[in-house]
Structure formats: C-alpha cells, structure tokens
Design a protein around this ligand. Structure first.
Ligand SMILES: [Zn+2]
Length: 432
C-alpha cells in the first residue's frame, strides 16, 4: 500500500476528530486552508478581485476556490461538491431532562442514523452557541453521554429484531442527579467559554468520541464516524491545496477556477441557506464572475464550460447481503472510488460525466468502480442532481465505497480516500 494513502487516511481521521459537527467541519476546513495561504473572507465584506486563494463560511457550509492567473469572465469552474453533516441527534429546546435519578438529554433525530449503532458508545455534544450579541461560538464537550442498551435479560427476544422508538428509547443519559437542579446548556456554555446567561440559541448535535482506526489482515480497513461525508470534504481540501500549488508552479497557464463546495443539511434534504438546494454556491460563483467583469451572458458561458464533481460516500458490496446489490456490479473497499449511476437521476452522472471521470482517473492513475442499485432496492440520492438542476452545470456523482453507511462508525478501505483526493486534484486542474 502506498504510504501516502495511509498518511492521507490518518489525516482524514484527524479531520473527523476536529469536526464533530458541520460547524466544526467548516471551521476546520477554513483553518487548514488558511494555513496553506488561503484568505478567509466574510460574505458581508467586499471581496478582493483578481487571482488568489479564498474561502468563505456560511453557517455549517464552506466554499473555497482558487482563481488562477489569466482567469477571465468566461473561464469555467471545476466544482467539487460534498457535505459537512452526518446523521445524528440534535439537542431539543429545554434539553435537560431525566427521570428515576438519571440526567438525560432531549434530542431530535437528525437525518437517518442507524439507531442501534449509537448504543453503548461514549458520546459528546458539539455545535454552535449564539450569544445574545449575535456572536457565534463553537462548542464541543468532553465525552458526556450514552444511549445505554437494555440488558438481554430484560429483553430476551432482542436478537430476533431490535425495535428502538425514536422518542421513547433515544434519550441519552449524561449523569446522575436532579434535572431541575442541572443545566446541560451550562455544560456547553462552559465548553465554549461563554456566560450561560448570554446564550440565546444553539445548534448542537451528538457525536461519537472514538478515535478512527486502521485494522484488518493487511491494514486495509479504516473505521471512523462521519466518513459520509467528511471523506469527500477532506479529499476536496487536500486536492484544492495541491491544485493551487500546481497552478502556482505554472503561472500564466490559465486553467479553470477550482472550487470546493461543502454544504450542510444534505442528510435532511439540502433545502436551507447553507444546503445544496440553497443559493450559497450560486452566490459565490456570481461574485467570482463579477470580480472578473463577467456579463450575464459571459457567466452563462462560464457555466457551460464548467463541471461539478459531486462527491459523496456510496455502498461497497456486503458479503452477508449479496442479494441487496446489483448482480453484476460489486464495488469493493480499496477498489477505488465509485462512479455512481442511476437511471432515475438520483445520481446526476451521464455518459459525458462518466467519460470525464474515466479520463480524470486515468490521468491520476487511480482505479474506479461503478455503483448501480439493485432494481428492488431503491438507492439514496445526493447533492449532484440538486446543483445540476439549479445551475445547469454538467455533473458527475462519485465517492468512496463504504459499509455500514449512517452507522456511528462506518467502514472504508484505507486507500480509497487518497485515491479520491488524487482524482479530485486532476479534476481541478483539468482544462477539458
Ligand atoms: Zn452523504
């Protein structure tokens, strides 16, 4: 195995641990880019015109881009789209609850988690607090909570099928005591270093605390929370930095404008101001075009010369459930990133996108695998069709293969995230 692949996976693990919420993922992405010379801009400010490396955060979303020397009003974009959120549990208002001597937390289910996978783990809270002055403060606690499973002695039929009620059974414990005398928000305020009486609102989720791990007979497996879809965000960050270095080494070569668009709220349908159905990407592309003096027609020409690589984790074949997969297409961990195809446009890939992906992977010297669903097992969707519909930009859906998608701890191959990053890097600099 290439040592670069292992190093990339271990760095992905560090990124996941630094990114327990979408807000942390956006901030950590911006922090990493700033360390590589990117300028982090605020949306309400005037932005500099001309070539450079920039990033902007909107809530839990991050968009970053590089404008090369020689870019003009019709220069195309190479956009890698991904998402910063994962299925989880979100704190309800008045979250301090409890009974029978236990302190518990009131949570809403966020997206579609495999509920059972969250049982019996040491969990933390992470997200943002907004104080009454309007300032946002990131907060992440130490290990604090657990969803304790009922002992088998009290549920003898559990192995015939575990039934978990989202309201009745998914109330994590976080201590012993009297809930009327305790304050979970106070714990969060302390973690954020703010006065609890100044907290006016919060967007806070539950996150696993277990460190990612490399294991398997030949060290081929990589287990971690939030691989869907921090694997793609992290690959996009690495590729954007590499592509910026490559274009800096060849000034005047022109080339496309590379963009990383890491949206929030994919797991709940993407319809928000920081989600892929919202205007964030279009707003940023419009401002980049304005800075290059693009007319409305020139912006359309730039879009027509653009590509969107929609990167999101997909499914590897599961050895115990072969019947759930297409009989002919069996992507495996470490077989390379997926090209995701669906006749009903749940993925946006078409023949032109498939050819682009084949070319990019060929140039990057990475293998890839096709994913298509079994006709009796409808597939999920991702942000690709949303941005394609909104912007009309040619789109191809890709992503690393996983087992246990939407588990608190998903399973990837250790080589695939690195290969996705290599292909994304070629995509960013590809002129065709
Ligand atoms: Zn996803």
């Amino acid at each position: 195995m290439p040592t670069a692949a292992l190093a990339h996976a271990l760095d992905l693990g560090r990124f996941v641990m630094a990114s327990p919420s979408s807000f942390h993922a956006a901030a950590e992405g911006a922090r990493r880019l700033a360390a590589e010379g990117f300028t982090v801009l605020a949306e309400a400010d005037e932005w500099p015109a001309g070539p450079g490396k920039y990033a902007v955060i909107r809530d839990g979303a991050l968009i970053a881009w590089t404008v090369p020397e020689g870019a003009g009003p019709t220069t195309g974009f190479r956009i890698l789209g991904a998402h910063t959120d994962s299925p989880s549990f979100k704190l309800k208002p008045r979250p301090t609850t409890g009974r029978l001597g236990w302190l518990q937390a009131g949570v809403e289910v966020y997206g579609g988690p495999l509920l059972n996978s969250w049982l019996d783990r040491e969990l933390r809270l992470a997200g943002r607090l907004v104080t009454l002055d309007g300032e946002q403060h990131l907060a992440a606690t130490a290990p604090l909570l657990r969803f304790p499973q009922l002992a088998i002695h009290l549920d003898r039929a559990v192995n015939e099928g575990l039934a978990l009620g989202k309201q009745q059974h998914m109330n994590p414990v976080w201590g012993l005591g009297d809930p009327s005398a305790e304050d979970l928000l106070g714990v969060l305020a302390e973690a954020a270093g703010v006065d609890p009486y100044q907290v006016g609102g919060f967007d806070v989720v539950v996150a696993d605390t277990q460190e990612p791990a490399v294991f398997g007979a030949h060290g081929e497996f990589f287990a971690s929370g939030r691989l869907d879809n921090l694997s793609s965000v992290h690959a996009g960050l690495a590729a954007l930095v590499q592509a910026a270095e490559a274009s800096a080494a060849e000034p005047g070569e022109g080339g496309p404008i590379a963009v990383l668009a890491a949206f929030d709220h994919e797991e709940v349908g993407s319809s928000s101001r920081s989600g892929a159905s919202g205007p964030f990407l279009e707003d940023v592309l419009a401002r980049i075009g304005d800075a290059l003096g693009a007319t409305a027609t020139e912006r359309r020409r730039a879009f027509a010369a653009s590509w969107h690589l929609s990167a999101d984790a997909g499914h590897a074949v599961h050895p115990n459930y072969a019947e759930r997969h297409d009989p002919a297409n069996h992507p495996l961990l470490n077989g390379g990133p997926l090209l995701k195809i669906n006749a009903n446009q749940r993925y946006a890939t078409d023949a032109a996108g498939a050819a682009l992906w084949a070319r990019v992977c060929g140039e990057a010297e990475v293998p890839y695998q096709e994913f298509v669903s079994n006709n009796d097992v409808p597939c999920g969707s991702t942000i690709g069709p949303l941005t394609a519909t909104r912007l009309g930009i040619r789109t191809v859906d890709v992503g690393i293969p996983l087992l246990s998608m939407h588990s608190a701890r998903e399973l990837a191959g250790v080589q695939d995230p690195w290969r996705l990053a290599r292909a994304a890097e070629r995509f960013f600099v590809h002129a065709g």
